[in-house]
Design a binder for this molecule. Structure first.
Ligand code: FE
Ligand code: ZN
Ligand code: FE
Length: 193
C-alpha cells in the first residue's frame, strides 16, 4: 500500500493550484481592462496585471527553492470566479454599472487569492520552507493592496457622486461629464439594486 500523502504534498498541490490561478488571471485581465471605462479603474487593473506577472515569477522561484517542477494544476475555484466575471462582461450594462461590476468581480478574485496565500504561508512556515515564505508573503501583500485599491476606486466614485448629487438629474445639460463622475453614478446605481 502506498504511503499516505503528507502536508508537504498538500502544500505542493496548493502551490500548483495558485500558480494556475495566477496564470488564469493573467489571461482574464486584459479583457477586464478593455471593458473598464473609468480611468482609475483601468489603471488599477493595469497595475495589477503587471504585478501578477511578477507574482508568477515569484511562484516559479518558490518551486525551484523546493526542488519541485514548475507546474500548474487546474484551479477550478478561480475558473469559476473568472467565468462569472466573463458572464458579467457579456451583460448589457451601461458603462458605469459595468465598472461597478468589474470592481465586484476583481474583489472576488483578490479575496480568493488572499485565502490561498494565507494558507500557503502558514503551511510553508509549519514545514520550514523558509525560502518560500517571503515570496508568498510578497504576493499576499500585493493581493491585499489590490483589493484595497479597488475599494478606494469604488468609494471615491460614490463619494464624489454624493457630493455632486444634482449632476445626476441634469446629466444632459452638464457641460462635461468626466469619466470619474460617470463611474460614480454607476456605484450608486449598483448599490440601489
Ligand atoms: Fe495574484
Ligand atoms: Zn484553486
Ligand atoms: Fe490578484
Amino acid at each position: 500500500m502506498p504511503e499516505q500523502h503528507t502536508l508537504h504534498d498538500a502544500f505542493i498541490d496548493e502551490l500548483r493550484d495558485v500558480y494556475d490561478a495566477e496564470r488564469q488571471i493573467l489571461k482574464a485581465l486584459p479583457k477586464m481592462i478593455k471593458t473598464a471605462t473609468a480611468d482609475p479603474l483601468k489603471m488599477a487593473l493595469e497595475a495589477h496585471l503587471r504585478e501578477t506577472e511578477t507574482q508568477v515569477t515569484r511562484l516559479e522561484k518558490a518551486f525551484r527553492s523546493l526542488g519541485e517542477t514548475v507546474r500548474g494544476k487546474h484551479c477550478d475555484g478561480m475558473a469559476g470566479i473568472l467565468e462569472e466575471g466573463k458572464a458579467t462582461m457579456e451583460e448589457d450594462f451601461d458603462e458605469m454599472t459595468m465598472d461597478a461590476c468589474l470592481i465586484a468581480a476583481g474583489q472576488r478574485v483578490e479575496h480568493y487569492e488572499m485565502a490561498a496565500y494565507g494558507t500557503l504561508i502558514a503551511w510553508a512556515k509549519a514545514l520550514g520552507h523558509d525560502e518560500a515564505v517571503p515570496l508568498l508573503e510578497q504576493n499576499l501583500n500585493e493581493e491585499k493592496a489590490a483589493d484595497e485599491k479597488l475599494t478606494a476606486v469604488a468609494e471615491s466614485g460614490v463619494n464624489e457622486q454624493a457630493a455632486a448629487g444634482e449632476l445626476e438629474e441634469d446629466e444632459e445639460n452638464a457641460p462635461s461629464t468626466s469619466r470619474t463622475s460617470r463611474s460614480t453614478k454607476a456605484q450608486r446605481v449598483a448599490r440601489r439594486r
